[in-house]
Design a protein around this ligand. Structure first.
Ligand code: PPS
Length: 566
């Protein structure tokens, strides 16, 4: 029978209720966000024929030869990485409970294998290089635990999603939908980006050429860091869906955690789509590409994914459909495949980088490029820089003038209006947020990270955060920068007043006490200050008035496009 159900790993409702109670007394592992995605697809059959997280034999075989130990094609190691500490208490033969971030038990696993993987080898074999510029290699070394546990999984309940519920389908739900609609040939389109007109053209053509129906199957689990968030993307997809002739196309969201593994990932995506009842799959240029390596070169050749897929097409059981690069031909006011453009005609194209620039700067995005509904959604989430939140982070010695300049800056920005401004001054933070902390390295780091967290939240929500702590350590300042830059600009201002001048001013009398040894670990006297090497701005307050210093910061913000013209 076409689209017959595939096996899932869930037990019946009655058994699940019983198992849930029993599992409460098992050692339990709190799954990471990626593991929750993997578990969902294991349990609902999206990763069939896998029956659980890979054991050591399957893992070695998958890493080396893209096959499970029994020879079945499977290109991606689906592993349960845990900390050494957790692994210490677990022995093969034992059952463990797998919980989501809120502590809900989703499944149990009978541990059959426990081992310490050779991560550099996994990186080289699976991702092509042990290079931290690859997001999955970075994850492998910096996020994944050092021990792997493997074994069959018994599903109790799927992870709960509160967003776009009606748009999420298990493989069997999709199969049932295709059965009901009488669709026998289905082309799947995998995407992690918003769809523009060129995508709509190419997917529609691909389906027409294969005489098939179309499934837009976007990934909403984990994609490449820096991608447009899935909430925005799904609203964009919903707008594009109306542009296809009705009854030809449907959409479903896939809670997959991508690895950006190019060729191997394409084969994996094909197997997943097969499980979801699809017969064809669109593989494009640089499918699931991770970007550039440390040498600035692409990790994979542009057509490696297509070649590997083609080699294994029969085994995957899904026909590959070539992704045609579509371009807009001005004279014809129409899209053409790039290699079929009439001679002499003008080709118009906007790259991803150019699109991001236009969004950032609030410039026009023409209708031939994208649908107005999609552009509207993207503008809502990516307002131009002059409307985005940002953080100004002053750092410098006590008495260097940070707070005074920060206060002046705050008032000037409030005078301009448009965005709420919050000042997180060193002293004020220590009173309200960090009152229990002292001045050891450990405590200073906690203090700065708290400030960074608050600043990043303010930035995310479109406000301006001005921070003015000493923040003496480079690594901690870098951590705060990374936290904030996920949401908006981070402007580091080094108030570089020399220690002699700060001591001469000694506004609070603290330097005197530090010299007398009455205050220990005093920055600049008995504790280190690591000056920033490349701050966005450096000001030295000696002989300059506060207003002039604040003005320098304003000019910097204008130059960076953060204030001024919209
Ligand atoms: S840190 O290192 O960034 O966590 O420090 P911060 O939160 O900015 O706090 C600095 C203010 O605390 C007072 N103070 C000290 N500073 C440095 N070292 C020691 N041991 C110390 N003890 C108290 C000092 O008044 C700092 O205020 P500012 O505004 O910088 O002069």
């Amino acid at each position: 029978m076409i689209h017959a159900p595939i096996p899932e790993l869930y037990v019946s409702y009655e058994s699940s209720q019983k198992l849930k109670v029993e599992a409460a007394s098992l050692p339990s592992w709190d799954l990471s966000a990626r593991q929750v995605c993997d578990l969902e697809l294991l349990m609902n059959g999206g990763f069939a024929p896998l029956k659980g997280f890979l054991g050591e034999g399957d893992y070695d075989s998958v890493v080396d030869s893209m096959r499970l130990a029994d020879g079945t094609l499977w290109p991606m190691p689906i592993t349960l990485d845990v900390t050494e500490k957790f692994a210490e208490g677990i022995e093969p033969g034992q059952d463990i409970a797998l919980r989501d971030a809120e502590g809900v038990i989703l499944a149990t696993m009978t541990v059959t294998d426990k081992w310490t993987p050779d991560k550099p080898r996994e990186a080289r074999q699976v991702f092509g290089a042990d290079d931290l510029a690859h997001p999955a290699v970075n994850y492998l070394h910096h996020t994944a635990g050092s021990v792997y546990l493997g074994g069959p999984v018994t599903g109790i309940q799927p992870p709960v999603h509160y967003d776009f519920r009606a748009r999420r389908d298990t493989p069997n739900e999709l199969r049932a939908r295709f059965r009901k609609l009488g669709w026998r040939k289905i082309v799947a389109f995998q995407t992690r980006n918003p769809l523009h007109r060129a995508h709509q053209e190419l997917t529609f053509r691909a389906a027409r050429e294969a005489q098939a129906n179309l499934l837009i199957h976007p990934v909403v689990g984990m994609t490449k860091p820096g991608d447009v968030d899935h909430f925005t993307r799904v609203r964009c997809y919903e707008a594009v869906l109306d542009k296809y002739p009705s009854a030809t196309t449907t959409m479903s969201l896939l809670n997959l955690a991508m690895r950006m593994a190019g060729p191997r990932e394409a084969v994996w995506h094909g197997l997943i789509r097969k499980n979801h009842g699809c017969t064809h799959f669109i593989v494009g240029r640089d499918h699931a590409g991770p970007g550039k390596n440390r040498q600035g070169q692409d990790f994979y050749g542009p057509y490696d994914a297509q070649e590997l897929f083609k080699q294994h097409e029969a085994e995957i059981g899904v026909t590959m459909v070539d992704f045609k690069h579509m371009v807009y031909v001005q004279e014809k006011a129409q899209y053409y495949p790039a290699n079929e453009v009439p001679k002499g005609d003008t080709v118009l194209d906007i790259s991803g980088t150019e699109l991001r620039r236009r969004l950032r700067e609030g410039l026009e995005i023409p209708e031939w490029f994208s649908f107005p509904e999609v552009v509207r959604e993207l503008r809502r989430t990516s307002p131009p820089r002059a409307k985005q939140g940002f953080t100004v982070f002053f750092t410098g010695l006590s008495g260097s003038g940070k707070s005074t300049i920060a206060n002046a800056l705050m008032v000037k920005l409030m005078e301009m209006g448009g965005r709420p401004v919050t000042l997180l001054d060193g002293d004020v933070v220590r009173k309200h947020l960090s009152s229990e902390l002292g001045f050891s390295k450990e405590h200073r780091d906690i203090n700065i990270k708290r400030i960074g967290y608050v600043a990043s939240e303010i930035t995310k929500n479109g406000g301006i955060a001005i921070c003015a702590p000493i923040a003496p350590y480079t690594a901690t300042r870098r951590a705060v920068r990374e936290m904030t830059e996920a949401y908006g600009a981070f402007v580091e201002v080094h108030v570089a007043t020399p220690v002699e001048e700060c001591e001469k001013r000694d506004r609070k009398g603290l330097y005197k006490l530090a010299r007398e040894g009455k205050i220990k670990e005093f920055t600049g006297i008995s504790d280190p200050y690591e000056a920033p090497e490349t701050p966005e701005l450096r000001v030295n307050t000696e002989g300059l008035d506060v207003d002039y210093c604040a003005q320098q910061v304003i000019l910097k913000l204008e130059q960076m496009g953060l204030i001024g013209t919209e």
